[in-house]
Design a protein around this ligand. Structure first.
Ligand code: C2E
Ligand code: MG
Ligand code: MG
Ligand code: MG
Length: 290
């Protein structure tokens, strides 16, 4: 994420250690504290959401944003979200974290709505979040309370979520679909990438993993993989989002292979909600015929 924060990013988890090291337990304790509304008010700022624009390639229109978690630990500085999620997923804290993320994002959607900005926001959820229907109830309640349409919210799941308990995950996804909340399959191509998932799940969108997108301008294999995912998804009626678009060359390639939506530093980095409002005011689509 943001290069300016990269230097003070800390790695908090060594994937090879599966047990509760003192390091992990202390981080989880800190996270629990940061999430406790009694201790840290939501606007105390330790945990915040950043938003990254998603752009329709053919028109240049901003079609949505992806909400990405940021945790500025009082002592450790900015914590790498990927590492943080790996730790949180092993514990019940994950549910608290997702609860907070969904609450914040729906409230933000209502604020944008009041300001006349119509955006759709995608929220990343984890394996644990999909094992019960609790998240469906939470989303329903929150949308109703803030008068936000379900069509404005989207979830992003990874295939790992499906491998753990496919039956229960499918039940949750079906309820979300009934509610009108769309689901995207994130990081496609890095996990099990089963065709069954694309066929059987109530998905509307596939996100090509950024590792392939980053390489497609220089690596023929990556280029072939991205093209194939676009063709496959297109044949199944799914929208394709390319993440990790860092330069104009990649953007042009994606346009020429018919990718629908792009997201990446070429357009904008993830940013706080107030910066996003300014960015939207400044944003001018690239000339589609250039
Ligand atoms: P993801 O969902 O695949 O998110 C995309 C990641 O790519 C983000 O990293 C984003 O900042 C980064 N990115 C965007 N554009 C570019 C680009 O042009 N180049 C490069 N190199 N990277 C780009 P981030 O924010 O560090 O998040 C990492 C992962 O952590 C996410 O991957 C997601 O799996 C997880 N995550 C982040 N926020 C949340 C959250 O609220 N809940 C859950 N469950 N997971 C989250
Ligand atoms: Mg994502
Ligand atoms: Mg991804
Ligand atoms: Mg990822």
């Amino acid at each position: 994420y943001d290069a300016k924060h990269r230097r003070d990013t800390v790695v908090v988890y060594a994937p090879e250690s599966d047990h509760n090291t003192p390091e992990r337990l202390s981080l989880l304790g800190d996270l629990r504290r940061a999430l406790d509304p009694e201790v840290a008010a939501p606007d105390a700022g330790e945990i915040t959401m950043y938003y990254q624009p998603q752009i329709e390639i053919q028109t240049g229109a901003v079609v949505g944003v992806e909400a990405l978690l940021r945790w500025r630990h009082p002592k450790r500085g900015m914590v790498d979200p990927e590492e943080l999620i790996k730790v949180a997923e092993q514990s019940a804290v994950m549910r608290l974290l997702t609860r907070r993320v969904v609450d914040d994002v729906v409230e933000q959607l209502a604020k944008w709505q009041a300001a006349g900005v119509c955006l759709r926001a995608a929220v990343n959820v984890s394996i644990r979040d999909l094992h019960t229907l609790e998240i469906v109830d939470q989303i329903r309640e929150r949308l109703t309370r803030f008068a936000v349409s379900p069509a404005q919210l989207q979830l992003e799941i990874t295939e790992g979520a499906l491998m753990a308990d496919p039956r229960r995950v499918l039940a949750t996804l079906s309820e979300l679909a009934k509610l009108g909340v769309a689901v995207a399959l994130d990081d496609f191509g890095t996990g099990y990438s089963s065709m069954q998932h694309l066929r059987r799940l109530p998905l509307t969108e596939v996100k090509v993993d950024r590792s392939f997108v980053l390489g497609m301008a220089t690596d023929a294999d990556d280029h072939a993989i991205v093209r194939t995912v676009i063709d496959l998804a297109g044949a199944l009626g799914l929208r394709v989002v390319a993440e990790g678009v860092e330069d104009e060359r990649t953007w042009r390639l994606l346009r020429s292979v018919g990718c629908h939506v792009a997201q990446g530093w070429f357009y904008a980095r993830p940013m706080p909600a107030d910066e996003l409002a300014e960015w939207l005011g400044r944003y001018r689509p690239l000339n589609p015929s250039s």
